[in-house]
Design a protein around this ligand. Structure first.
Ligand code: FNR
Length: 357
């Protein structure tokens, strides 16, 4: 473990640890994978405007999301099927989240049930959901999440149909049983169906803004919408009365040539005007990326693939190491930029490509 010095190194370790089909599933993205690459590269085009001679002898990275305190603005993104990476699946990831004092967003496509994840640790958990054609299925899962102590519902809105992930198509990747939906046979993937066929059968492609009202009517939990990429939709989300948004392109797994999330963050933040929290995911691989996202207005970032790579390579210790490395890098970035607290990070601490001479 001591030999691992940054988050990117976990990708190769995961590749070595996993069967090719599963590694391809985790690392893959839609079509040309342009958005996948852009998510990472766009961060590298943002430079710092560091301030000096500020007392940075004490750095405080702590913050709050929907009122819940976390040790740093780095959370776990919802990713499905953790048992493909580790025999105990999401229960292990959740233990690492608790140890690192952060929030885990559990995918409804988890390989452990949402109740098993809840029992495994006392981390603050949000539940990510998709809306199925059978609304009663989604409603039941939301009720179960409430009962199991989940603190918010994250509705993912960028999958009316599944993006074309060509590696999964070539590998004839079949998702394992969806334990959250056991007994609801219609939404179980069947032999030979493949991820894509399953999603097109079960997910409700007619989902639209009016349905947010329906979701609001069945739960008192805060609702976040994940998959916003334009100020127009950010404004609609605020008007629909949601409690937060996640600027996300699903890690480049849905519409290829969607913009890198960090490039649209600022225009989204501009229209939201601080009314609800704005989170961001996609391509966050360094503490410097976390700082850049906060400087451009995000309250926190979510980490997707590096978490499953850490899980596949080294189990709970791997996930903890991923989060700890990002936290250490972020702490150093705060110090070297002259920002002792999260509140000190401002728009003036970064320079985007447009602003360069
Ligand atoms: C995902 N993502 C995802 N999102 C979601 O809302 N529900 C889900 O079940 C999944 N499942 C999933 C599986 C795998 C293997 C990956 C890689 C991603 C998307 C995820 O939440 C997040 O948006 C991206 O992964 C963030 O980008 P990075 O950090 O992977 O670059």
């Amino acid at each position: 473990m001591d030999q691992i010095v940054n988050v990117n190194e976990f990708q190769e370790l995961a590749r070595q640890a996993l069967p090719k089909m599963y590694y391809d599933y985790y690392s893959g993205a839609a079509e040309d994978k342009h958005t996948l690459k852009e998510n990472v590269e766009a961060f590298s085009r943002i430079m710092f405007r560091p301030r000096v001679l500020v007392d940075v002898s004490k750095i405080d990275m702590s913050t709050r999301i929907l009122g819940y305190p976390i040790s740093a603005p780095i959370m776990i993104a919802p990713t499905g099927n953790h048992m493909l990476a580790h025999p105990q699946g999401e229960t292990v990831t959740a233990k690492a989240a608790a140890a690192c004092n952060t929030i885990m967003i559990v995918s409804c496509m988890s390989s452990c049930t949402l109740e098993e994840v809840a029992l495994s640790c006392n981390a603050v958990r949000f539940l990510q959901i998709y809306v199925f054609e059978r609304r009663d299925v989604t409603a039941q899962v939301v009720k179960r999440a409430e009962k199991a102590g989940y603190k918010a519902i994250v509705l993912t809105v960028d999958v009316p149909k599944l993006g074309r992930r060509e590696a999964d198509i070539k590998n004839k990747m079949i998702p394992p049983k969806l334990r959250n939906f056991e007994g609801l046979t219609k939404v179980q993937p069947s032999e030979g169906s493949g991820v894509e066929a399953f999603a097109s059968r079960a997910l409700d492609a007619s989902l639209n803004w009016k349905d947010i009202e329906w979701l609001r009517s069945i739960t008192k939990l805060p609702i976040l919408i994940k998959g916003i990429l334009t100020p127009e939709d950010a404004l609609k989300a605020v008007e629909a009365g949601v409690d937060g948004i996640v600027v996300s392109n699903h890690g480049g797994r849905q519409l290829d040539y969607s913009p890198a999330t960090i490039t649209v963050l600022e225009e989204v933040v501009h229209v939201v005007k601080g009314r609800i929290p704005v989170l961001l995911d996609g391509g966050v691989r360094r503490g410097t990326d976390v700082f850049k996202a906060l400087a451009l207005g995000a309250q926190a970032v979510l980490i997707g693939r590096p978490i499953v790579y850490g899980l596949a390579a080294k189990g709970e210790d791997g996930v903890k190491k991923v989060i700890e490395m990002l936290k250490n890098e972020f702490e150093l970035t705060m110090a070297l930029s002259g920002c002792p607290t999260i509140g000190d990070i401002t728009r003036n601490h970064v320079r985007t490509e447009d602003e360069r001479l």
